[in-house]
Design a protein. Structure first.
Ligand code: ADP
Ligand code: MG
Length: 731
């Protein structure tokens, strides 16, 4: 066997769970939960009482912090961190590249006379200037101002990783434009909260705040580290750019129901302990559909915090995996032909009075309120289905969407039979039937009983990209490597804008003399009809749905660079502007970054593929072909012209096939390189991304197909790259 592949398999087999020792705390999780977090309890311990109130106001209500307060907080935070062994601190932020960025500074500073002082003032807690020029900004800093700064987000608590105090921050240009995901996410939460409060107050005057919640489910693959290292495509792009299907992959779905392998279980335990110490309330873990694919989910939290926690867990995963000689693959589609990975985002809203606005209630008012929110969400998703698709689209997620195992590249909403029935009845009901007010002036929903418990409704539709699951919506189209913030801020803005419109429509009717309940009913009824096209409970994977969706006027674009145009469509610009989530300039810059990132990712993949086929595949194929030709020649000598034709016929056939595949590969790699050069000369990032999508991706697919055919022909002993069956079934 090729020495490279042999060594990798040997090493992988040596990675036994019994050789890996992790420190499992003896105490129960409640004892070490959030031990590395500067929690409220710790704040109370380390920060003076007169400061605390203002700090809590900033945390709970987004009130700005003064420098004085920041100074006092900094002193307390630093004391706590250094007592726990931290020597450095960093502003932890979320640039548009995805992932998180950090710049570490020591807690010490030099004085002008050369002494070293321990230094960490309110100023550095408050604001820092990372060398921002290297982060993508889509032109914002070039046109406005060259610098950006990071500033503390008090609503997400600081935490310690290793010897470093990490301070969650927003990242903005000096002129105020957001250069990250967190800033617009926070803006979207306040817009949605404000709009939702206005609507809630039609039902209950005690509502003064609405919280937005997120519970994510993170899917991922694990691959043995030695095998990973032997696959340059995994190392450089996070996915396999070639590889023939394993004879067995997920047909039996036995992995999904199977026991978690011991080595993986050890990794998961370690991961959970680390996550819990950092205050992430991880709860569920299980195998996923594909071999070596798994899922982790925490209990839901306020969306900004939950989104931070997701990013934190993604980085903890990568770190912990190494201790177990695994590499974690967060890519949406590491392996062709088996399931990809998503990040289901469970999203809901709740009031300060303890009501989940997405759960049916116990009385007619609560149910009318539930229907109000439900229908407004449907309206928002209907109006902005193209934008929501843009919010989850990327070069990597493109492999997952539209493939036959993931949400389709069309956004629709699954409601289930019960809710569908309720909406259908409301739509048909007259005003007198819909809202019944008896002699005692009590209101009843005349048309339908809304079952109290819809949770665990059995007809959950796994093919839907956006599904109602009883007390929340599950946005399933989000990619496993994405920052949740991107999808959440678009959804929040769309729903906030719709709630504002709804309230205005209802107010108009009330001013015209309609009783409140009737006004609500009238607008709801109108909206149910208006957004009917977004509701789809059937099979989202079917071709029939694509035709149907097009007829319904839903966005069916599949080219990612073109999908990004939806951000700049007039109705998208308008909702982001109305809700003050993003300005047009910010949207423009975000799109530039998205197009650029798209082009770069495909560029890297295309280069790696070119190298791999020319350096690994073609040489091996040629060597094998040469052995076959040798044999053919020998057969000719041994058996003479008459007989060798017959005896060597299968070898001749294989040689011809190899020649054909190699020819095609070499030709297409040349074409691909030329297409890249042409694309790279295009100035406009949008046009460049389109060129990569239209001209380079199809060539990559063709090259891959030939390489995968060769894998099936060439002697296994000679093949240098670990195969799918090895990558997917070693643990
Ligand atoms: P599934 O069957 O989809 O795997 P889980 O019970 O694992 O469902 O829950 C998935 C996620 O949904 C978890 O993160 C959970 O905390 C979250 N979740 C549950 N209720 C809500 C809610 N009301 N709002 C937001 N997220 C929720
Ligand atoms: Mg789920």
């Amino acid at each position: 066997m090729s020495t490279l592949r042999f060594a990798a398999l040997q090493a992988a087999n040596g990675h036994r769970p019994e050789n890996i020792h992790i420190a499992v705390p003896e105490e129960r999780p409640a004892t070490f939960f959030a031990q590395n977090v500067f929690t409220r309890e710790r704040m109370q311990e380390y920060i003076a009482d007169n400061i605390l109130n203002q700090l809590f106001d900033a945390i709970d209500n987004g009130k700005p912090l003064s420098r004085d307060i920041a100074n006092s907080v900094a002193i307390g935070m630093k004391k706590w961190a250094t007592e726990r062994g931290a020597t450095h601190f960093t502003h932890w932020f979320q640039p548009l590249t995805g992932g998180t960025a950090e710049k570490h500074d020591a807690f010490i500073d030099k004085t002008p006379d050369g002494r070293v002082l321990e230094e960490f003032s309110g100023n550095v807690l408050y604001q820092q200037e990372p060398d921002a020029s290297s982060f993508p900004n889509g032109g914002i800093r070039n046109t406005f101002e060259a610098r950006g700064y990071s500033a503390w987000d008090p609503s997400s608590p600081a935490f310690i990783v290793g010897d470093t105090l990490c301070i969650p921050t927003i990242f903005v240009a000096y002129t105020g434009e957001a250069l990250d995901y967190k800033t617009p996410l926070i803006r979207s939460v306040s817009a949605l909260s404000k709009a939702a409060v206005e609507v809630c107050r039609l039902f209950d005057r005690n509502v003064s705040k609405v919280n937005v919640f997120l519970g994510w489910e993170q899917e991922y693959f694990l691959v043995d580290e030695a095998l990973y290292q032997a696959r340059p495509d995994l190392v450089l792009t996070g996915r396999t750019l070639m590889g023939h299907d394993s004879a067995k992959n997920q047909q039996l779905e036995d992995h999904y129901f199977g026991a978690i392998p011991e080595r993986v279980l050890k990794f998961m335990t370690d991961l959970e302990i680390e996550s819990l110490k950092l205050g992430v309330p991880v709860k569920t873990r299980h195998n996923e559909v594909a071999p070596n694919q798994f899922e982790l989910a925490p209990v839901y939290e306020e969306v900004n915090l939950s989104s931070d926690h997701n990013l934190l867990v993604m980085s903890i995963m990568e770190r912990v995996a190494r201790r177990h000689h695994f590499r974690v693959l967060l890519h949406e589609k590491p392996f062709a032909g088996v399931n990809g990975s998503g990040k289901h985002c469970n999203w809901s809203m709740g009031t300060n009075t303890g009501v989940n606005l997405l759960a049916p209630g116990k009385n007619p008012y609560a149910n009318l309120q539930f229907i109000t929110f439900l229908v407004n969400i449907l309206m928002a998703v209907h109006k902005h289905n193209g934008l929501l698709k843009a919010s989850i689209s990327s070069a990597t997620n493109a492999h997952r969407l539209g493939a036959n195992e993931a949400p389709p590249a069309i956004i629709s909403v699954f409601l289930g039979k019960q809710i569908t029935d309720v909406l259908d009845k409301l739509e048909k009901a007259s005003a007198d039937e819909g809202i019944v007010i008896n002699a005692k002036k009590e209101m009843k929903l005349g048309v339908a009983n809304i079952p109290e418990i819809l949770l665990d409704n059995t007809d959950r539709n796994r093919t839907s990209p956006f599904a109602f699951t009883g007390n929340r919506f599950e946005f399933r189209a989000v990619g496993s490597s994405a920052n949740c913030g991107g999808a959440m801020l678009a959804l929040n803005a769309a729903v906030a804008d719709q709630l504002i419109t709804f309230k205005r429509d209802v107010d108009k009717l009330i001013e015209a003399g309609e009783p409140k309940e009737r006004a609500l009913f009238a607008v709801i009824k109108k909206n149910i009809s208006a957004c009917k096209a977004i509701r789809f409970d059937g099979n989202g994977y079917s071709d029939a749905w694509k035709d149907e969706a097009r007829k319904r006027g839903l966005d069916c674009e599949t080219s990612v660079p073109l999908i990004f145009d939806r951000y700049l469509a007039p109705d998208s610009v308008a909702i982001f502007k109305n809700t003050s989530v993003l300005t047009e300039a910010e949207l423009q810059s975000r799109c530039e970054v998205k197009w650029e990132t798209y082009a770069k990712k495909i560029q890297i993949e295309s280069r790696v593929l070119g190298d791999l086929v020319m350096n690994h595949i073609v040489p091996v194929a040629n060597r094998y072909q040469s052995i076959l030709l040798d044999n053919i020649v020998k057969e000719k000598v041994a058996f003479g012209d008459e007989q060798y034709q017959r005896l060597a016929s299968h070898e001749i056939l294989i040689v011809k096939r190899i020649i054909n595949h190699v020819d095609e590969i070499v030709q297409k790699v040349d074409d691909m390189t030329a297409a890249r050069h042409t694309a790279n000369r295009i100035e406009s990032m949008r046009e460049r991304a389109i060129a990569y999508h239209d001209n380079i991706v199809p060539l990559m697919d063709e090259i891959r197909a030939h390489a995968d055919e060769l894998e099936m022909i060439v002697d296994d002993e000679m093949w240098t790259l670990p195969k799918y069956r090895e990558l997917l079934f070693t643990h």
